[in-house]
Design a protein around this ligand. Structure first.
Ligand SMILES: [Zn+2]
Ligand SMILES: [Zn+2]
Length: 137
């Protein structure tokens, strides 16, 4: 099944189209996702980077990921919405934030990662696999 889906930032300056199915979809409870989203977790779609066509003013910054390798986080330069990130540990992929999709009802998270950082008031009500940190993909 192929699917094309679209999304963008909150102010509308950045828009993207994706032409690849996600390789993996997951809840990430890590502290970086908590800080950058202002929420207890983020839902991320791992997509082959050639499947993402993005247009608009972007800004980025780099932090060190749990792998010890750099993680580049890309935001709208105007409104600051987080859109996707690139992990040097996973070359060739981007991690798109499900909350930036125009229509995200089809998204099917497959696992929870970084549950070691999960807030005690976040109740996981499903039986999906849980990983304390990142799984080996
Ligand atoms: Zn924006
Ligand atoms: Zn995370």
């Amino acid at each position: 099944m192929s699917r094309e889906y679209e999304g963008g930032c909150h102010c509308g300056a950045v828009r993207y189209t994706c032409t690849r199915e996600p390789e993996l979809t997951f809840y990430c409870h890590c502290k970086d996702c908590q800080k950058t989203t202002g929420s207890p977790f983020s839902v991320e779609l791992m997509i082959a980077d050639e499947g993402l066509a993005i247009d608009g003013p972007l800004e980025s910054y780099v932090v060190q990921g749990d792998s010890g390798k750099p993680v580049t986080r890309w935001n709208c330069a105007r409104c600051g919405s987080g859109l996707y990130l690139e992990c040097a540990a996973d070359p060739g992929y981007v991690f798109l934030k499900a909350g930036s999709l125009d229509e995200a009802g089809w998204v099917r998270p497959e696992m929870h990662i970084y549950t070691s950082a999960k807030q005690p008031w976040t109740n996981i009500g499903d039986s999906l696999p849980r990983f304390e940190r990142a799984p080996d993909l």
